[in-house]
Design a binder for this molecule. Structure first.
Ligand code: S3P
Length: 441
């Protein structure tokens, strides 16, 4: 999708079957682990989006090779010996890319630098520099105020026990990746459980990972790192991409949508529980695929009239990327919806409390901004004929499209190139489910 803006029309009936693209978090992690391994890994379902191609490019500068053969990605790893890149690594907009790669680089015996776009360079990086420094790496945050560019001099790591101040799978994974190159045991003690893709993938590659409640531990392999072997992988469909269609179909009577091969990680599917609590009719049928290391299956959704709800506490990390959609569902539901304990939204690709509140307000929704969330009064008419601002944040135009489908007139989405970060086929898929007039350039 090359156009910079698009118009989304109201839609009476959303129906059909759709295969959503591969999971972004899992694609990043497989790319990194396959690059460390010996031999050529094959990957089916890899997400071919801007973020994921960015990480593949960074890994190829560190000595790995990749090529797409039709739908299959092949990654030939470095056999554990990443090479010092000749230039600064540009991680674009990828928070997962820069934070997880920092963990691997902390284990290498060279100095290198990573940067990203303006949004990435404004996001907090002390959350990774602090534990990596404690493990023995030298980590400089060159952007000031705790931000990228990041210069890392790695090597000679020791295992630590670390309790991150925020519940973050990126921080956990960064520390675990560094822990692979440390002497001794590395333990992350989580405040709340977060997505466990790294644990599952490492286990599948033969690295013993111990999980004891909120404590996740692995024994390091020292400076040489682990001897990982290439293998075939399958990436399930991304539930965070499926989430747009789940919310759209769940919140309107008469809609019926089926989404096969979607990942069903228990730390990722809380949006479904929240929508069910609001009255949605959603079912899941497991199909499974051993090479995915994750449960996957078909999600079926039928539209219903929804009631408002409250989300907060330990539920937040399990639907962190779906909170803009909880706000949208709240706007379409009867009664009040409250989102709290979600201050982390302020440091995502945009300040997602500000950007969601602004766009909901433009569309006539009564919403109150809170430091750690928002309060939405549902049930008002959704105002069309307005323009949505993406704030350069991929999830914004996609979430607001769900609301636009229910507006009283078409809605213009501005600055939508950011959608290519995670879901380049989004507008085509919207037309599949709504009909060809659903989205027009
Ligand atoms: C991710 C973890 C989450 C999530 C992000 C992807 C990951 O970030 O918001 O989209 O792949 O580990 P945090 O770890 O910062 O919560």
């Amino acid at each position: 999708m090359k156009t910079k803006s698009i118009t989304v029309s109201p839609c009476r009936r959303l129906q059909g079957t759709l295969a959503v693209p591969g999971d972004k978090s899992i694609s990043h992690r497989i790319a990194m682990l396959a690059s460390l391994a010996s031999g050529t890994s094959t990957v089916r379902g890899f997400l071919r989006s801007e973020d994921c191609v960015t990480i593949l490019e960074a890994l190829s500068r560190l000595g790995a090779h990749y090529e797409f053969l039709g739908d299959e990605l092949r990654i030939t790893g470095t056999g554990g010996r990443l090479v010092r890149p000749g230039a600064v690594l540009d991680l674009g907009n990828s928070g997962t890319g820069i934070r997880l790669l920092a963990g691997l680089l902390a284990g290498q015996g060279f100095t290198c630098e990573m940067t990203g776009d303006a949004s990435l360079r404004s996001r907090p990086m002390r959350r990774i520099s602090e534990p990596l420094t404690r493990m023995g790496a030298t980590v400089e945050l060159l952007g000031g105020n705790g931000c990228a560019p990041i210069r890392i001099t790695g090597g000679s790591l020791r295992g630590i026990e670390y309790a991150p101040p925020v519940a973050s799978a990126q921080v956990k994974s960064c520390v675990m990746f560094a822990g692979l190159f440390a002497e001794g045991v590395t333990t992350v003690v989580e405040a709340s459980p977060t997505r466990d893709h790294t644990e599952r993938l490492l286990t599948a590659m033969g690295v013993p990972v111990t999980v004891d409640g909120l404590r996740v531990s692995l024994k390091g392999y020292g400076a040489a790192g682990p001897a990982l072997t290439a293998r075939p992988w399958v990436v399930p469909g991304d539930i965070s991409s499926a989430a747009f269609w789940i919310t759209a179909a769940a919140s309107g009577e008469g809609h019926a949508v089926e989404l096969p091969n979607v990942g069903w990680n228990p730390r990722r599917n809380a949006l479904v529980a929240v929508l069910q609590r609001m009255g949605a009719a959603i079912s899941f049928q497991e199909s499974g695929d051993a090479a995915a290391c994750e449960t996957m299956g078909t999600i079926r959704v039928e539209g219903r009239r929804l009631q408002g709800t409250e989300v907060g506490g330990a539920e937040i990390p399990d639907l962190i990327d779906e909170l803009p959609l909880v706000a949208v569902a709240g706007a379409l539901a009867q009664g009040r919806t409250v989102i709290r304990d979600a201050a982390e939204l302020r440091v995502k690709e945009s300040d997602r409390i500000r950007s969601v509140v602004d766009n909901l307000t433009r569309m006539g929704v009564r919403v109150e901004e809170r430091p750690d969330g928002m309060i939405i009064e549902g049930g008002s008419a959704i105002r069309g004929g307005v323009t949505v601002d993406s704030y350069g944040d991929h999830r914004l135009p996609m979430a607001m499209s769900v609301l636009a489908m229910r507006a009283d007139a078409p809605v213009r989405m501005e600055d939508i190139a950011c959608v290519n970060k995670s879901y380049p086929e989004f507008w085509d898929d919207l037309r599949i489910l709504t009909g060809p007039q659903g989205a027009l350039p």
